[in-house]
Write a protein that binds this ligand. Structure first.
Ligand code: ADP
Ligand code: ZN
Ligand code: MG
Length: 489
């Protein structure tokens, strides 16, 4: 049996149940409980102070901006923001955790009861968000291999005290693909609202995946395994697919899945046991005595709410309804906030949503891709693209000429009207100017003129073509048609 056939057979027998815990670094300039700067790639242990070094007696002070970003994330994930939440100490020992505890939130998190809608093969599906809470990040252990035949590990505490949110989902996903879609949606939303860049290569978004199997039709969840700290969406998907097979084999053999934490090994494509339940941490959570409870007033909540941009799903829907776009174009144009902003700025000038969408999704994106540029760096500002579309709609520019002009606009950054002016590319709609060309074409093609007059009126297409050619594509085909008909009687 092929691997995919085996996987399909597993799925007829068992239903996977998946819940994700996603850690996201908040995009603040400074740390969550001190004013040390956050700077990726800084020399090790240079952005540290007594607070984030965990020195005895140092007192944390909560970063206001971090709270605003966490509230924004909670709102965008449709959570209820608790007016009163609390920090708690999560105690454990690790060399990169000098305090000996992480400051997190436990029984009273900042935000709860939210959801994220994802698109699946069967349509829209709602995934519950259990909670969004704030916490600080630990430092980083760097396993640097061998030196003088001894193994060295270094500790860099620059990351210690970086503000994070943890987003815990309900166990609502039923396949690795749904988990992937959920992650992509969460990432898009958080990037959109400017909470985080979510750059996974810089560790700004990290995912723990929980997965269990239950027999199809069963209600009760099976025992789950947790795959920790997977650092790309693709690996999350692969780790889940591997885990589903591994657990199915155990269950088929009449064995039990052990509740444990596993790691995904990229090289072998397998998950391996890291610690079992017996060795699970007992974190001894207790309320953080150095911080007052976090109160979020109605006023502050409204301020954050009003600062939020329109979210991608709402924007998509509006593009379909307001501009009459196809679902696909609306999807492409709202994938990044900058793309939607560009598009809307262009439409303000063109007053034509559909045509502008075609130009952005087609020609402009093609040029950007070829130049390796993001839309925010487009050499064609949105107003110029809007002008191009408006010129076509006004009959001053043919679609064909517009296709030639756009790459020039891209290259030199000029407005379309400026390029048309300079190159004498104005579309000729004025009948006076057209008449001379039409007269020449009539004189040069007596045979076709004869045929037309004899009733073969389809031949006018040929004559229009000749005029277009003589005008180097600049004649307005509609106007040419009119002038020709009039001249031929
Ligand atoms: P733990 O106490 O082990 O941390 P939680 O109940 O806090 O477990 O859940 C952690 C994550 O695991 C959540 O995202 C949740 O949706 C998910 N989860 C819980 N139970 C299961 C299960 N039986 N199968 C798959 N995922 C689960
Ligand atoms: Zn510090
Ligand atoms: Mg938990």
């Amino acid at each position: 049996m092929s691997a995919s056939a085996a996987a399909a057979e597993i799925l007829t027998k068992y239903e996977p149940v998946i819940g994700l815990e996603v850690h996201v670094q908040l995009g603040t300039k400074t740390k969550i409980f001190c004013s040390c700067p956050i700077e990726f790639g800084a020399a090790p242990n240079t952005n540290v102070c007594p607070v984030c070094l965990g020195l005895p007696g140092a007192l944390p002070a909560l970063n206001r901006k971090a709270v605003d970003l966490a509230i924004a994330a909670g709102l965008a994930l449709h959570c209820r923001i608790n007016p009163f939440s609390r920090f708690a100490r999560k105690n454990y020992f690790y060399p990169d955790l000098p305090k000996g505890y992480q400051i997190s939130q436990y029984d009273q998190p900042l935000a709860e009861h939210g959801y994220v809608d994802i698109l699946t093969g069967e349509g829209k599906k709602r995934i519950g968000v259990t909670r969004v809470h704030m916490e600080d990040d630990a430092g980083k252990s760097i396993h640097d291999g061998f030196k003088d035949s001894d193994e060295y590990t270094y500790v860099d505490l620059n990351r210690s005290g970086t503000p994070l949110i943890e987003i815990v989902s309900e166990p609502d996903m039923r396949s690795a693909d749904e988990a992937y879609a959920y992650l992509a949606e969460v990432k898009q939303i958080l990037q959109y609202i400017g909470v985080s860049d979510c750059d996974m290569e810089k560790g700004q978004l990290r995912c723990d995946a929980n997965v269990s199997l239950r027999p199809r039709g069963a209600e009760k969840f099976g025992t789950k395994a947790e795959v920790k700290n997977v650092n790309s969406f693709r690996y999350v998907k692969m780790a889940l697919e591997y885990e589903i097979e591994r657990q199915a084999e155990l269950l088929d053999a009449g064995e039990k899945v052990v509740q444990e934490t596993r790691l995904y090994d990229v090289d072998s494509g397998r998950t391996v046991s890291m610690r079992s339940k017996e060795h699970a941490h007992d974190y001894r959570y207790f309320p953080e005595p150095d911080l007052v409870p976090l109160r979020v007033s109605e006023h502050r909540l409204n301020e954050v709410r009003h600062s939020l941009p329109e979210l991608p799903p709402d924007r998509r829907e509006r593009y379909v309804n307001e501009y009459g776009l196809r679902e696909y174009d609306a999807q492409v144009l709202t994938a990044a906030r900058e793309t939607g902003d560009y598009y809307e700025a262009a439409v303000r000038v063109s007053a034509d949503g559909r045509a502008t969408a075609n130009w952005v999704v087609g020609d402009l994106m093609g040029l950007l891709k070829a130049a390796g540029k993001e839309i925010a760096e487009s050499p064609v500002p949105p107003a110029h693209l809007g002008e191009l579309v408006a010129l076509i709609n006004k009959g001053e520019l043919s679609g064909k000429l517009a296709k030639e002009i756009l790459p020039k606009m891209f290259e030199i950054g000029d407005a379309p009207s400026a390029i048309m002016e300079r190159e004498g590319l104005k579309q000729i709609s004025d009948s006076g100017a057209l008449e001379k060309i039409v007269d020449d074409v009539i004189a040069a093609n007596p045979k076709q003129v004869e045929q037309y007059k004899g009733g073969k009126t389809a031949v006018i297409g040929f004559l229009v073509g000749q005029v277009m050619k003589a005008s180097r594509g600049q004649a307005n085909p509609g106007a040419v048609n009119d002038v020709l008909k009039q001249k031929l009687g």
